[in-house]
Design a protein around this ligand. Sequence first.
Ligand code: ASP
Length: 320
Amino acid sequence: MVIPATEKNPTIEEALQWRLLIHGGAGSMTRDQMTQPQDSGVRAALGRALDAGSALLKLGGSALDAVTASVKVLEDNPHFNAGRGAVYTYDGTIELDAAIMDGRDRNAGAVTGISRTKNPVVLARHVMEDSPHVFLNRKGAERFAIEKGIEQVDPSWFETPERKRQWQEFRQHKSRYFDIDMKYGTVGAVALDHEGHVAAATSTGGLTGKRWGRIGDSPVIGAGTYADDRACAVSATGAGEYFIRIGVAHEICARVRMKGESLQQAADAVIAELGGMGGVGGVIVTGPGGDLVWSFNTPGMYRARTGSTGERVIAIYADE
Ligand code: ASP
């Protein structure tokens, strides 16, 4: 028997409460710097990533599956500094980092220095679910990926002409690592599912010109990625060293849990602290109460949010 959707009998889709918030990096994006094709290409890609995650949440899928799906779409899109389109290291290689965290039990998985696994977020998820460990690096992580049958690609798959040009410019001008013009383009997602669980995932190529096996905040649990059902889920982007020093993602959740701050208050306070130390970047945050929050101190941040409320926002510039 088909039960008609009335106010008293909502369809399953209408009855499920969920939220999804994604980012594609914070940086110096201003209206006069971005070309029209860039602007619309980024918005379209953010829209597709929102669709991938929300399609699952709508049908009762988990926050964990949603953040995995959204981040995967962003990793595959060359507009962002993650997966395909990641930035180059000083030596001209590509080394990817990713992390994922489940707010239900604070289980987590992370990988760093990845150069052959097509979707580092998928590998991080396997580390969380199929290994006794939380954080794997380089060759060991990729050996694990092969053992688990996770898709491998030639390292050239990640390369794009635009990132190569940025790398050449970096080498010629000896740019500073935290030059805001390097346009951080890390990707991330946070979600709340209909069971009230939160999850977070982040994936990145790190910083253009990074050296000596540098690891940023994105795969560091508590710095660039954190999720705890008692408080919130956070994914960060920006100058990773500062995020690590503050433990940004955990700090936001700790303020919410122990000080009773709202998600916005906690995110703004921690981004202000970051700015005070000289760090630039931003965060996206959601929590069991259903708030969707972002906070950043850069001119722009690629970001988008949606939820069972029907809201759908895609934004780039600070004034949007
Ligand atoms: N947070 C990243 C890192 O430092 C960079 C970014 O957000 O674009 O590796």
